[in-house]
Design a protein around this ligand. Structure first.
Ligand code: PXG
Length: 288
C-alpha cells in the first residue's frame, strides 16, 4: 500500500511519523474519513471544507490548498489501484518539543491513507441494530466543539467501549443537558408522524456529511425534516430510527435501551433513505 506522507508517496512500512509529532503527543490535529465509490470520491469538496473549518477552529494553518489536497486524495487512490475504498486524511500540528504549546511545531504533517473498506455485516442492514445509551456524555461544545473533527477521539472511544460492554455495535451519546447528541461515530435520525427528526447540531454533534446527504434526500423525497432538541423518550417512542456515517452509510436501528422501535423491524421510510443514499453514492462524486 502507498501512503501519502508530507509530499511523498511511500510504502506502508516507510510511512512513519515522529514521536514528537503533536498529533501523537496531544491529539493535536484534525482528520476526515471519506469514501470512494466506483472510482468517484463522495462529497470530496464538503469533506475538504469541513477539514478547513476544523483546522480553522483549532488555529491550524493547512499547508496545502483545497485543490492540492483534492489532487493528493485522488492520486493516493490511483496509486493504490482502488475503485472502492475508504480514505483517511489526517493533518497534525507537526513535530515540536514536549511542551503543550504548538509554537514549537514547524510544518503540519499531512497524511493520506487509502485502503479497501471492510463493510458492515449485511445483517446490520437487513435486521437493524440494537443500541444502548451510554453514561459517557458528549463533550460540552464550550470545551471542545464536537463539530471539530479533531484527533481527540477519546470521548467517543470510551463511549464505544461502553457500547461493547453491553454487546451493542453503536451507542447513543447525550449532551451535558441530557439531550441526544449523536452516536460514537454516526449521526442519528428518527421518524415520528411522517416527519424525520435529527438532533440540531447545536446539541453538540458532528455536522456529518452523510447527515447532510440525508437532509438533501428528505427534500427530494418530500419528507419533512426537523432539526431539534430530542430526548431519549423521543427515540424510544419513534416509529423508525436510523444512523448515518461515512462507514455505516444509512443503517436501521430496531432497538434502543431494550425498547423495540416501531414494530422492531427496519422501517419502510428508512429503506427509502438507504436506497436513495446508495443511488447517490454510486452516481455522484469527484472522479479520481
Ligand atoms: N459523528 C461522529 C462523532 C463521527 O465521528 C459521524 C458522526 C458521521 O459523519 P460523516 O461525515 O462520516 O457522515 C462521525 C464520522 C469509523 C469512523 O471508523 C467513523 C467516523 C469517524 C472516524 C472513524 O467507523 N465517523
Amino acid at each position: 500500500m502507498k501512503i501519502y506522507l508530507d509530499g511523498d508517496y511511500v510504502d506502508e512500512a516507510d510511512a512513519r511519523i515522529s514521536v514528537f509529532d503533536h498529533g501523537l503527543l496531544y491529539g493535536d490535529g484534525v482528520f476526515e474519513g471519506i469514501r470512494l465509490y466506483e472510482g468517484c470520491v463522495f462529497r470530496l469538496d464538503e469533506h475538504l471544507e469541513r477539514l478547513e473549518f476544523s483546522a480553522k477552529a483549532i488555529l491550524l494553518d493547512l499547508p496545502l490548498s483545497r485543490d492540492e489536497i483534492s489532487e493528493i486524495v485522488c492520486e493516493t487512490c490511483r496509486r493504490n489501484g482502488l475503485t472502492n475504498g475508504y480514505i483517511r486524511l489526517i493533518v497534525t500540528r507537526g513535530i515540536g518539543n514536549l511542551g503543550l504549546s504548538p509554537d514549537s511545531c514547524g510544518r503540519p504533517t499531512v497524511i493520506v491513507i487509502a485502503d479497501t473498506i471492510e463493510l458492515y455485516p449485511v445483517e446490520y442492514y437487513e435486521k437493524g441494530l440494537d443500541i444502548v445509551t451510554v453514561p459517557t456524555r458528549r463533550i460540552n461544545p464550550a470545551a471542545l466543539n464536537p463539530a471539530v473533527k479533531s484527533l481527540n477521539y477519546l470521548n467517543n472511544v470510551l463511549a464505544r467501549i461502553e457500547a461493547s460492554q453491553h454487546g451493542a455495535p453503536e451507542a447513543i451519546m447525550l449532551n451535558d443537558q441530557g439531550y441526544v447528541a449523536e452516536c460514537t461515530g454516526d449521526n442519528i435520525f428518527m421518524l415520528s408522524r411522517e416527519k424525520v427528526y435529527t438532533p440540531d447540531t447545536s446539541c453538540g454533534a458532528l455536522k456529518g456529511i452523510t447527515r447532510d446527504t440525508v437532509i438533501d434526500i428528505a427534500e427530494d423525497l418530500g419528507i419533512p425534516l426537523v432539526e431539534a432538541d430530542l430526548t431519549r423518550y423521543d427515540f424510544w417512542t419513534a416509529e423508525e430510527c436510523f444512523l448515518t456515517g461515512t462507514a455505516a452509510e444509512v443503517v436501521p436501528v430496531v432497538r434502543i435501551d431494550g425498547r423495540a422501535i416501531g414494530n422492531g423491524k427496519p422501517g419502510a421510510v428508512t429503506q427509502r433513505f438507504i436506497d436513495s443514499f446508495r443511488k447517490r453514492a454510486s452516481h455522484e462524486g469527484t472522479r479520481i
